[in-house]
Design a protein around this ligand. Structure first.
Ligand code: F6R
Length: 269
């Protein structure tokens, strides 16, 4: 049960990218230590690389134990083999899984090679349910406001499904593919509704290029044009940003006061 005063979106501003990612990793570590069977939702992308570096370090230096947890990733491109360096399975192996003691059989990503993609989406939703739902979901945010690959106009109640990527997303992710023309145009993604059912959501955004979309997601109206704004409906979502990504937020002083004074953040200050 979430205490009533925590039913809110919280914003935590950290001095820089490193501190913001370290804080996310500490929250994950705390949750994992209090529940070794944690069902952990994971995201990919450049922002998350720093979080995974911190988690690997916590595993190596403080014996953070992943042996009993399960992980579910938000999304995977359609048509890429797991061995493809651009697949999210490859990303997760490279940045986290192979460096910690997670059981590979307990790591789940949608299968973008499934013969029946709709059936694969249903199967993924059932797997999440079978393990009791996601306890803690990590999220990044795209420049067009997506969480997972929930592109503009994704229904706020959407479930895991195949989604066509927008030109903004194709541009954002093209560099690692050596150009947009080499990128898959579709991905399987958890839906906004799937994400809203996770018990706790942590969204991390860093850098000035995210300042505009963060202010729209956090302080703007809830709209399917910015799927991250749906987190305003969530009982326990925390947005962690560095100073650059916080640049356009109006209520910065209020957010800073809460982080500095609320007892539940004491151990993280
Ligand atoms: C990836 C994902 C995306 C990214 C977002 C930010 O699994 O879910 O929503 O989190 O596109 O990507 P970066 O961090 O590369 O800016």
């Amino acid at each position: 049960m979430v205490p009533a005063r925590l039913v809110t979106m919280e914003v935590i501003i950290q001095p820089n990218q490193e501190a913001a990612a370290a804080l996310v990793a500490r929250i994950v570590a705390r949750e994992l230590r209090s529940n070794p069977h944690l069902v952990l939702g994971l995201a990919t992308g450049q922002t998350m690389e720093c979080v995974y570096r911190h988690l690997v370090r916590l595993h190596q230096t403080e014996k953070l134990d992943f042996s009993l947890c399960r992980t579910f990733n938000l999304d995977e491109y359609v048509g890429l083999f797991p061995s493809d360096p651009n697949s999210y399975r490859h990303y997760m192996n490279h940045h986290l899984f192979r460096h910690v003691n997670v059981d590979p059989r307990n790591t789940y990503l949608p299968n973008g090679l499934a013969a029946d993609l709709d059936e694969e989406c249903r199967r993924y939703e059932s797997a999440i349910k079978r393990f009791g739902g996601i306890d803690l979901q990590l999220l990044g945010i795209g420049k067009a406001g997506h969480i997972g690959f929930n592109e503009p106009l994704s229904a706020l109640r959407s479930r895991t499904r195949v989604k066509a990527l927008t030109p903004t997303t194709l541009k954002q992710n093209a560099s690692t593919f050596g150009g947009e023309e080499n990128m898959p145009r579709r991905a399987i993604t958890m839906g906004v509704g799937t994400i809203l059912e996770c018990r706790r959501c942590i969204l991390l955004a860093t850098g000035a290029s995210k300042a505009n979309v963060i202010s729209r997601a956090v302080e703007g109206p809830i709209t399917s044009m910015i799927s991250a704004s749906a987190l305003q409906l969530h009982a326990r979502s925390t947005v962690i940003v560095d100073e650059d990504a916080a640049g356009n937020l109006v209520e910065k002083d209020y957010y800073r006061w809460i982080f500095a004074n609320e007892p539940e953040w004491e151990e993280y200050r």
